[in-house]
Design a protein around this ligand. Structure first.
Ligand code: MSP
Length: 504
């Protein structure tokens, strides 16, 4: 039976255009989805938009339109962005989708019936921009939310509460596993929330309308986070008549969820509580990644310091952006995105290392062997062993969801190949008439380049076909099995296109 894999991004607020930060998360998920498909998994890749809540209601009012028409326009810009970035999701869920709304109402009723949700009152500080109740530690002086620098409001309402405090033992046990990465975030959750003061969560609002109605008490709308978190299972059919996808992908599949660190608490605490209450497992892995900074602060719409991914894609192409994200932004720490860093990485890695290697080697195969190398024994060569080791390293890292280390292992092989060319000087072998040695050298390079291209395929989705052609291959003849079985079906090379031209 085929194995199944589920991967999700957070669903983004349609309160403005998306920026590089959102692009980061979504690209990581897309790369993982493509990698798992290469490994023979059935994959469900979910992304979408989180459309309800007070912030959206306010934004729509400012724009003088209804919330629905406000979000419709922005959501279509999300989809346009994902299209040009080659994001190949299986569902784009909108929390205004009818099936989601019905399922969330059902979920609420279910928890209410179990007495895990109860009517109450809540008083506290609330950040509208982040749609989050804040603890004292989350605010600076003057009740400024540290994450977004916005002032929190006083909140005092009649509300339904979720009995999070009932789940302390469950959470403590869950946090003994490796479900949340990185380790530092796990400690933060334990110290600040789970072991500190695990409070019940207010999960309905009565002071505005733009949300999913509580059927049992229609003056309440469901708190936007309860609505939003549910998307990961309503998208798979939870609460509907057909739960085959839920069974295949969540219950029996490998579940990976990507989130930015500022929303870890929702995904590492409240979300597992909801799942446990419904009798479902927590995600197998929650990767909480760092921020893309702009001059030391988080890049964000509310701070107004964002980089527009559309401009980057239109100027340099989707692959260039996908590559920077995969290679230059390891998830366990904060990263930077500037034009200079982006261009430097492109030139060093894609133009000089990979692109140059492919064009040098294909040119030599064309020049010295008319595009097709006679077959020759190369299996014992150290560089062939390096290529085999690279496949193993890459798979090990990818299986740990460590995309940047995986890419680095591929680039290392590229550098070794370039150095090999400098050391053996194929042009000198030709001059000296050492044709069988020349044949061997080029065959070793062609093999390793095939590996490099294949391993970068989940990232360089617009270029891999061209890259394979330049090595005399069609992409559908290369996969992990053919690589491991050393079955290569090289055809005569004629293509001489320049890949990844240096950015000046
Ligand atoms: N709607 C909620 C998520 C609900 S999920 C059930 C939300 N939306 S958001 O539009 O604010 O997007 C937040 C997500 O965008 C972060 O978790 C992260 O994935 C991404 N990022 C936004 N800014 C970012 C950076 N500057 N750097 C890295 N990622 C960032 O929160």
């Amino acid at each position: 039976m085929k194995k199944s894999f589920f991967v999700s991004t957070p669903i983004y607020y349609p309160s403005g255009k998306l920026h590089i930060g959102h692009t980061y998360t979504t690209t990581l998920a897309d790369i993982m989805a493509r990698y798992k498909k290469e490994n023979g998994y059935d994959v469900f890749f979910l992304t979408g938009s989180d459309e309800h809540g007070q912030k959206i209601e306010q934004k729509a009012a400012e724009a003088g339109v209804t919330p629905q028409s406000y979000v419709d326009t922005i959501v279509s810009s999300f989809k346009d962005l994902w299209k040009i970035l080659e994001i190949d999701y299986d569902r784009f869920i909108r929390t205004t989708d009818k099936d989601h709304v019905a399922a969330v109402q059902k979920l609420f009723s279910n928890l209410l019936a179990q007495d895990l949700i109860y009517p109450s009152k809540y008083k506290g500080k609330y950040c509208i921009s982040c749609e989050e109740f804040l603890t004292a530690e989350q605010m600076d002086e003057g009740f400024i939310h540290k994450v977004c620098q916005k002032e929190a409001i006083d909140f005092e309402e009649e509300t339904y509460m979720l009995r999070v405090s009932n789940f302390k033992k469950y959470l403590t046990e869950l946090f003994e596993t490796n479900f949340l990465e990185p380790e530092a975030r796990k400690k933060e959750m334990l110290n600040n929330f789970i072991n500190n003061n695990l409070e019940d969560l207010s999960v309905t609002r009565v002071s505005f309308d733009w949300g999913i109605q509580v059927l049992e008490n229609p003056k309440h709308v469901i708190y936007v986070w309860l609505d939003a978190l549910s998307n990961y299972i309503t998208a798979l059919g939870w609460g509907s008549e057909d739960n085959s996808k839920l069974k295949q992908f969540w219950i029996e599949g490998e579940v990976l969820q990507y989130v930015g660190k500022e929303i870890t608490r929702f995904h590492a605490i409240y979300w597992p509580v909801m799942l446990q209450a419904l009798g479902l497992k927590a995600p197998d892995k929650l990767v909480s990644h760092g921020w893309i900074l702009s001059k030391d602060t988080k890049m964000s719409k509310s701070l107004g310091n964002v980089i527009d991914p559309v401009e980057i894609i239109e100027t340099y192409g989707a692959d260039a952006l996908r590559f920077y994200i995969a290679n230059n932004l390891p998830t366990e720490k904060d990263g930077n995105f500037t034009n200079d860093l982006f261009i430097e990485s492109f030139n060093t890695n894609l133009a000089n290392n990979v692109g140059n290697l492919i064009s040098r080697v294909s040119n030599m195969i064309i020049k010295y062997f008319d595009g097709l190398l006679p077959s020759v024994e190369i299996e014992q060569h150290p560089l062939i062993k390096s290529g085999e080791q690279t496949i193993k390293d890459y798979q090990k890292y990818m299986d740990q969801y460590n995309i940047s280390e995986a890419v680095q292992s591929v680039l290392k092989l590229g550098n070794e190949c370039n150095k090999f060319i400098e050391d053996v000087k194929p042009w000198a072998l030709e001059k000296a008439g050492q044709i069988s040695k020349l044949n061997e050298v080029l065959a070793i390079l062609q093999r390793n380049i095939t590996i490099i291209i294949y391993l970068l395929k989940p990232i360089l989705v617009k270029s891999f076909e061209k890259m394979f052609n330049q090595m005399g291959l069609t992409s559908n003849t290369v996969n992990f099995e053919t690589l491991k079985a050393k079955k290569f079906n090289y055809q005569k090379i004629s293509s001489k296109e320049v890949l990844f031209e240096r950015i000046k």
